[in-house]
Design a protein around this ligand. Sequence first.
Ligand SMILES: C[C@H](N)C(=O)N[C@H](CCC(=O)O)C(=O)O
Ligand SMILES: [Mg+2]
Length: 365
Amino acid sequence: MKITDIRFGLLKIPLKTPFKTALRTVEAVEDIVVEVHTDTGHVGYGEAPATAVITGDTHGSILEAIRRFIGPRLIGQEIANLNRITHLIQTALEKNTSAKAAVEIAVYDLFGQLYGAPLYRMLGGGDPVITTDITISVDYIDKMVADSLSAVDRGFESLKIKVGKDIGVDIERVKAIYAAVEDRALLRLDANQGWTAKQAVYAITALEDAGVRLELVEQPVKARDLDGLKYVTEHVHTPIMADESVFGPTEVIDLIRMRAADIINIKLMKTGGLSNAIRIADIASLYGIECMIGCMLESSISVAAAVHLAVAKADAITKVDLDGPSLCAYNPVDGGVIFNESEISVTDAPGLGIRSIQGLQPIPA
Ligand SMILES: C[C@H](N)C(=O)N[C@H](CCC(=O)O)C(=O)O
Ligand SMILES: [Mg+2]
């Protein structure tokens, strides 16, 4: 099975409700879909969102990186030589992790199709069902409480509460949600870089002193402020998770050496796809560091790859934030992974199992 062509489409899906974080507000998923075609007629699918405020990637940069740098190296490559292909993708150019991820996901999809096995089995196998949290956007306190209660009623047992807008209101937001939800769900906070290190210690300590039990706090400080992240980790009891501060395996090694965080959030759009995500899970596992698998605003194409990885690496990936498809108004994919609110299941269809994608607008090659 040899790669013959790479094609693109634009996927636009409205969200059920606007997604609001300390970094941005978004009303729709608007992602580039990558199709990797082969001489056998098999097609692999990948997807990349333009999360410019986190990865620096835009639709234009994703397309340019694949058209000019990654794609030309892959034509004629044999899918069976997976490691050679991922090396060609990762070394085609610096950064551009979303473009690399989209192509890698499509290639791994084909690797599973080549051997007639679902991707999670090609990655080592595992239990086919995982459980995700759901994001509660930062908003007025009453709205966040109502959204949290509605999520709990829909069966979500972990809520990822977005904060990082205003320290005083943030503390009140979390207290109000904790009181309303009681013991029916675990609370994870994600400040998306919105606090300083001292503010983070103040807010988390205030919540701890008020008896609010938090599972973890994600990315309290600016991505580059590793000393600030370490300061927060050392000065609170609540586990601290690095998200925007770590993209690839070498950054994870630095973070672990510094002891700057307790948990690592792996996202395929930061790692450049599955090969580096596997490396991170293995490194973290060696050091006894837990990982979360997360996503950007992605649909069930790229999130499917993250699900297969989470199933296969369940020893290291103990927390799941793969709610992108649940936030979308509909699922554009026929086949693939089954997303049913908090419960996500892989099937035994080869690769990612995607049969077709509705509503793709073609983009010229
Ligand atoms: C969608 C996921 N639950 C999430 O919250 N991801 C964000 C970034 C998403 C974005 O802005 O597209 C995160 O973990 O920071
Ligand atoms: Mg985050």
